[in-house]
Write a protein that binds this ligand. Structure first.
Ligand code: TNX
Length: 532
C-alpha cells in the first residue's frame, strides 16, 4: 500500500512537472490532457536563417537554467528523431509579434513573423518545468495562437539617481523579453547625474556624471553620506546594449531631459543655465530650479550636437526629450529668456518651454525621428508627430488631451505604473520610497484605454509602460525587488487581450511564476497578491 501511494505521488509529480502557467496569458491556448515530448541534448533546433536570435535565446536559456546543450543550427541534414525537433519557421502571413506554437508528436513548431517567433520562444520557455524534476524537460502537447494587444509595451529605468552596470541593464532587458515587453526607455540624465558619453561635450561625463554625496533616508533626508558617487556608459557600451536589446526585439529609447532636470549638464557647462554659475550635481531628490536657459542660442547648439550623437547611437524612431517638471522661476528673472519671449511673441514662460520643445521637435524630425515627451508638453501646442507619455495622476488628463488632439499616447500613470512606489503597506520599501501603495492587483487592473476617450480616438493609445525611478534603489537587488512581481502584471496589461484577463486565474499562474523567478535567480517581493 505504502509503495503504491509513493508511486501515485511520483506519477502526479511527473504529470504536473510541466508548467501550464503562461504569463502574459495568450490569446488562444489549448493544452492536451495527454501527450508530451521530452527535450534532451539530442534535441535539434532547426530554424530559418532570419530566426537565429530566437534559436540562440532558447538554446542559451536551456543551457543556463537546465544545463542542457541543444544542437541548434540550420543544417537540414541532421537526422530527425521523432519528437526531438524544434522547428522555427518564418511565415509572412503573420503580423508583427504574432505567432503559432504547436507541440505534438512531431515535436515543437513555432511559426510567425520574426518577432512573433521570438515571443513564441518566450511562451515555450514558460511551458518548461519550474518545479519537481527539472532535469527532465518535458513539454505537454499544446497549441497556442497569440498576438499582442498593444504595439508599445514598455519599461523605463532611471540610471541617473542611481547608476547600474551594463551587466544589470542587460538583465533588465532579459526580464523584459521574458515578459514580451518591447520598449526599453532609458532615463539617461537628470539633476543627479549625466550618464551617457557625448564626445563633443566630454565634461558632461567628467563632471556631470559625479556627485559629492547623496542624501541619507527618505526625502528631505537625515543627512548626507558625503561619498563621491557616479558612473556613466561609454558609447561602445551603449552600442552593445542597443545590439543586445535588438536581438530580443526590444527598442531602446534614450531620454535626454530638457529643459528641466538638467542640473548635471549645467554643472558641466554652466553657460547652459540662466545665471551661468555655481551649479553642482544634485545630492538630494526632488526638482532643481536651475534649468536650461531657453534665451541662449548656444543652448540649442548644445542640444543639437547632443542629439546628433544620440541619434547616431540609437536607431529608435522615438527619442524622448523629457519636458516634465520644469520650474520657470529662473526664466522670469533672465534677460535672455525675456528677450526671446518678446521677440517670438510668447505670452508667458509656459509658451517659452513650448518654443524649445517645438524647435527641438523640428530638429529631430529632420533626422527622420520623432519625439516622445512627458504630458506637461501638452500644456501648450506641440506638433502631432510628438508622442505623449501620460504620467500625472491616473493618466486621464494627459490621455484625454492627447487623444483629442490626435497625438499618440503611452499610458504610464504614476497611480498604478510607478514601480518606485511601495508594493504593500507592510514592507521595507515603504520606509524608503514615495507615492501611494501600488499593489500587484492595482497594476493588474490598469486599463490603458480609458472609457472617457472619444469613440474613434482609442487608436491613439499605443500602449503602456511602467517606470522605475531609482531615488530609493541604490543596487540591482532592490530594483528587482521593486520590479517583481509587478512586471508580470504589467505584461498582462500590455500584451493580453482584455477578454483573457482574469485576476483569479493570474494569481493561480503566479504560483509557477514565483518558481520561475527562483530559476532566474532574481530577488523578488513575496507580496501577498490579495493585498489591495
Ligand atoms: C516624477 S514622472 C518624476 C521623476 C521622479 C518621480 C518619482 C516624471 C516625468 N518625473 O523625476 O523620479 O516622479 O516618483
Amino acid at each position: 500500500m505504502r509503495n503504491s501511494v509513493i508511486l501515485f505521488i511520483c506519477l502526479l509529480c511527473y504529470i504536473t512537472s510541466f508548467s501550464q502557467s503562461v504569463i502574459p496569458v495568450p490569446s488562444v491556448m489549448s493544452m492536451k490532457s495527454k501527450g508530451e515530448i521530452v527535450l534532451s541534448s539530442s534535441t535539434v533546433i532547426k530554424y530559418d536563417k532570419a530566426l537565429k536570435n530566437s534559436s540562440d535565446f532558447f538554446a542559451d536559456y536551456i543551457d543556463n537554467i537546465y544545463g542542457i546543450k541543444l544542437k541548434y543550427d540550420s543544417i537540414d541534414k541532421v537526422k530527425r528523431k521523432p519528437g526531438g525537433e524544434i522547428r522555427l519557421k518564418l511565415n509572412p502571413k503573420y503580423k508583427k509579434d504574432c505567432y503559432l506554437l504547436d507541440i505534438n508528436k512531431n515535436g515543437v513548431l513555432i511559426e510567425g513573423s520574426e518577432s512573433g517567433v521570438f515571443y513564441g520562444i518566450q511562451t515555450l520557455i514558460q511551458l518548461l518545468p519550474v518545479s519537481g524534476n527539472t532535469n527532465r524537460i518535458n513539454l505537454p502537447y499544446t497549441t497556442i495562437n497569440d498576438e499582442p494587444r498593444f504595439a508599445y509595451r514598455g519599461l523605463m529605468l532611471d540610471v541617473s539617481r542611481h547608476f547600474f552596470p551594463t551587466s544589470f541593464v542587460k538583465r533588465v532587458i532579459d526580464y523584459m523579453a521574458y515578459h514580451k515587453l518591447n520598449y526599453f526607455h532609458w532615463h539617461l540624465c537628470d539633476d543627479q547625474g549625466w550618464r551617457i558619453e557625448i564626445k563633443s561635450f566630454p565634461l558632461l561625463t567628467q563632471i556631470g556624471a559625479w556627485r559629492d554625496g547623496t542624501i541619507i533616508g527618505r526625502y528631505p533626508g537625515t543627512g548626507n553620506d558625503n561619498q563621491r558617487y557616479g558612473g556613466y556608459y561609454t558609447q561602445d557600451e551603449i552600442k552593445d546594449i542597443v545590439k543586445y536589446a535588438a536581438k530580443r526585439y526590444i527598442t531602446v529609447i534614450p531620454e535626454i531631459e530638457m529643459p528641466g532636470h538638467c542640473l548635471a549638464a549645467l554643472s558641466a557647462y554652466p553657460y547652459l543655465g540662466c545665471t551661468g554659475k555655481d551649479y553642482h550635481v544634485m545630492q538630494t531628490w526632488g526638482v532643481s530650479k536651475d534649468v536650461l536657459c531657453v534665451g541662449n542660442d548656444s543652448v540649442f547648439n548644445f542640444l543639437e550636437k547632443v542629439i546628433d550623437e544620440v541619434t547616431d547611437l540609437f536607431p529608435s524612431e522615438y527619442i524622448h526629450i523629457g519636458g516634465d517638471e520644469c520650474p520657470r522661476d529662473k526664466w522670469k528673472q533672465c534677460l535672455k529668456c525675456q528677450t526671446r519671449m518678446k521677440k517670438e511673441g510668447l505670452p508667458n514662460e509656459s509658451a517659452l518651454q513650448s518654443y524649445l520643445v517645438n524647435r527641438i521637435e523640428k530638429y529631430i524630425q529632420t533626422k527622420g525621428r520623432r519625439i516622445i515627451a512627458w504630458d506637461e508638453t501638452l500644456d501648450e501646442d506641440v506638433n502631432t508627430s510628438a508622442c505623449i507619455m501620460s504620467w500625472r495622476g491616473d493618466g486621464s488628463v494627459g490621455c484625454l488631451k492627447a487623444t483629442s488632439t490626435d497625438h499618440y499616447v503611452i499610458m504610464t500613470p504614476c497611480s498604478g505604473l510607478y514601480f518606485d512606489y511601495p508594493q504593500q503597506t507592510k514592507e521595507d520599501s515603504l520606509t524608503a520610497s514615495w507615492g501611494g501603495v501600488t499593489s500587484v492587483n492595482k497594476v493588474y487592473n490598469i486599463e490603458p484605454v480609458l472609457t472617457l476617450v472619444s469613440p474613434g480616438k482609442e487608436k491613439f493609445i499605443i500602449g503602456a509602460q511602467a517606470n522605475v525611478w531609482t531615488e530609493y534603489m541604490s543596487n540591482p537587488a532592490k530594483v528587482e525587488y521593486m520590479l517583481f512581481p509587478r512586471i508580470s502584471a504589467l505584461s498582462e496589461v500590455a500584451w493580453s487581450s482584455l477578454s483573457k484577463k482574469n485576476w483569479e486565474y493570474f494569481k493561480q499562474r503566479m504560483q509557477d511564476q514565483f518558481r520561475r523567478y527562483k530559476l532566474w535567480g532574481c530577488s523578488y517581493n513575496t507580496a501577498d497578491l490579495d493585498a489591495e
